[in-house]
Design a protein around this ligand. Structure first.
Ligand code: URP
Ligand code: ZN
Ligand code: ZN
Length: 455
C-alpha cells in the first residue's frame, strides 16, 4: 500500500491558507496535521513551504473529437498527459451520440475511447435530438453517474437543438434534478452571416468572429435563461465569451435562478485582433465562440472575481495546422478549436493571482473546487481534507514562455505561443502517487478512473 507523507505544505484551499503536513494512504488523504511523525514505510516529500493546491479539474475538454477534419489532435492519452503536466488531475469530456444512437450506448463507446486517460474523468452527455425514449435514457445515464447533459444551440445542421426540442430536453433534465450545460450561440443567425460573408468573397479567418458577433451569444444566453425560469432547469453556460452574457447571467443569479457559468483562458487573455492577418498566423485562433474585445476580457475577469462565473475550463480541442488548412480558402471549413489544457492553471495564476484580479483562494475555487461542487464530485475532488482523493499539486515560481517546442499537447500550434508564465506545478500527485516532478513524468502512471458523479 503506498503511503506518501508531504512535509511543510503551505496548503491552499478554497477557504484557507495554512502550513501543515499531509499524509496520503491508498490514494486518499488520511491525516492533515503539523509535524506528522515520519515512519519507515512512508515515502517522504518536502514541499519546502511551497503552495499545495488540490489537483485541477477541467470541466470542458474534447479529446479525440471526431470532426470533418479528422480527430482533434490530442487523444485521451496525450491530452491527459498534457493536463497532468499543468496540474489538472480530473477532466470532464463529452459524449456526442450519432443520430439514432442511444445516450447509454454512446456513453459506453466513449468510456472505451477514454480507457487510456491518465487523469480521472467523467463526461457531459449530449442529447442531440428529442425523441420518446430520451427520458429513460437520461435516467439510465444518471444511474451510472452522469449528472450533466450538454446541448448546443449552434451547429444546427448536426448536433444543435432547435428551441422546441431544447425546451423539452430542459423539462426532462429538470424533472430529474440534473444539470444542463449549454453552448449558447444563435445557430440560425450565425449560419446566415457565415454564408453572406463567404458569398461576398470574404473567406479569411477574420470573418469568423464577424460572423458570430457578441449578440449571437448573449441573446442565446438570454433565451435559455427564460427557458430555465419556465422549466426550473439548472443551467451551466460553457465558454462564456462576452461581458454582456456575464451581465445577463448576473441578473438571473440575482433573481435566485440556478444559473452557473464557465469561461476559458482564451476569453480572458486574447482579443479578436489575433484574427487579423495571414491565414498561417490566424487560423489557429478559429474556435467558437470567437475571441472578443479587450473590454470583454476585463468584464469576464470581474465576473470571475464576483463569482458570477464560477469556473474556468479550457475547451481543449486542438487541431494541427494541416487540419486548419482545410479552410485556407473558406473560413467556414476551418475546424473550430484550440488547445490549452496544460496552461490553464499557469495562466490563471500569472494573469489572475499575480495581477491581483483573483485571490489564491479564488484560484483554487475557479480551477478546482467549484467544478467539483457543481458537477457532483465534492468532496472526493477539489478539496484538501481527510477522506478526499490525494490529488495535489506542489506549485513553484517560474519565468518562462509557452512554446510549441516545450508544450506537452500533441499539436503543432499553440494559441498561447510566446505568452509568459510565472508559476507552474513542480510536483503533481495523483491518488497519492507522484506522477510528474521537475518536468519529468514518472514511468508507470496508472490509467485514470471513470468518476461516478452525484446529483
Ligand atoms: O471551437 C470550439 N470550441 N470547438 C470545440 C467544440 C465546442 O463548441 O465547444
Ligand atoms: Zn462549445
Ligand atoms: Zn467545447
Amino acid at each position: 500500500m503506498n503511503k506518501l507523507l508531504i512535509k511543510n505544505a503551505r496548503i491552499v484551499t478554497s477557504e484557507r491558507i495554512y502550513f501543515s503536513d499531509i499524509l496520503a494512504e491508498a490514494g486518499k488523504i488520511t491525516y492533515i496535521s503539523e509535524n506528522i511523525e515520519k515512519k519507515t514505510d512512508y515515502d517522504i516529500l518536502d514541499a519546502e513551504k511551497k503552495y499545495v493546491f488540490p489537483g485541477g479539474i477541467d470541466p470542458h475538454v474534447h479529446m479525440h473529437l471526431p470532426t470533418f477534419a479528422g480527430y482533434s489532435a490530442d487523444d485521451f492519452y496525450s491530452g491527459s498527459k498534457a493536463a497532468l503536466s499543468g496540474g489538472t488531475t480530473t477532466l470532464i469530456d463529452f459524449v456526442t451520440p450519432q443520430k439514432n444512437e442511444s445516450l447509454p450506448d454512446a456513453l459506453a463507446k466513449r468510456k472505451k475511447e477514454a480507457g487510456k486517460c491518465l487523469t480521472d474523468y467523467s463526461f457531459h452527455v449530449s442529447p442531440v435530438d428529442f425523441y420518446q425514449s430520451l427520458k429513460p435514457e437520461i435516467k439510465e445515464c444518471i444511474n451510472t453517474g452522469i449528472t450533466s447533459f450538454k446541448v448546443y444551440t449552434a451547429y444546427l445542421d448536426s448536433i444543435g437543438l432547435t428551441d422546441d426540442k431544447l425546451f423539452k430536453v430542459m423539462q426532462i433534465i429538470a424533472e430529474n434534478g440534473a444539470l444542463l450545460t449549454v453552448h449558447a450561440e444563435n445557430g440560425t443567425e450565425i449560419k446566415k452571416l457565415r454564408n453572406k460573408y463567404f458569398k461576398e468573397g470574404k473567406t479569411e479567418p477574420e470573418f469568423h468572429p464577424l460572423s458570430r458577433p457578441a449578440e449571437t451569444e448573449y441573446k442565446a444566453v438570454e433565451k435559455i435563461i427564460n427557458f430555465a425560469e419556465e422549466t426550473n432547469c439548472k443551467v451551466y453556460f460553457v465558454h462564456v465569451s462576452t461581458g454582456k452574457s456575464a451581465e445577463i447571467i448576473k441578473s438571473a443569479q440575482k433573481k435566485a435562478l440556478p444559473v452557473f457559468a464557465e469561461t476559458c483562458p482564451q476569453y480572458l487573455l486574447l482579443e479578436d485582433s489575433k484574427l487579423k492577418g495571414k491565414f498561417k498566423d490566424t487560423a489557429k485562433y478559429v474556435f467558437s465562440p470567437p475571441l472578443r474585445k479587450k473590454t470583454d476580457n476585463e468584464n469576464l475577469w470581474n465576473a470571475l472575481s464576483d463569482s458570477v462565473i464560477q469556473t474556468v475550463g479550457t475547451d481543449h480541442c486542438p487541431f494541427n495546422y494541416s487540419q486548419k488548412l482545410l479552410g485556407e480558402n473558406d473560413f467556414r471549413q476551418i475546424p473550430n478549436g484550440a488547445g490549452g489544457v496544460e496552461h490553464r492553471l499557469s495562466l490563471l495564476y500569472t494573469y489572475g493571482v499575480l495581477e491581483s484580479k483573483i485571490s489564491l483562494n479564488d484560484f483554487v475555487k475557479i480551477s478546482s473546487t467549484n467544478s467539483s461542487k457543481i458537477f457532483g464530485l465534492y468532496p472526493q475532488k477539489g478539496e484538501i481534507a481527510v477522506g478526499s482523493d490525494a490529488d495535489l499539486i506542489i506549485w513553484q515560481n517560474t519565468d518562462e514562455i509557452i512554446s510549441i517546442k516545450t508544450h506537452n499537447q500533441s499539436c503543432d500550434l499553440n494559441i498561447y505561443e510566446n505568452i509568459e508564465i510565472k508559476g507552474k506545478p513542480q510536483t503533481v500527485i495523483k491518488n497519492g502517487k507522484i506522477i510528474f516532478s521537475d518536468g519529468i513524468f514518472s514511468d508507470n502512471i496508472s490509467n485514470g478512473e471513470f468518476l461516478k458523479r452525484k446529483l
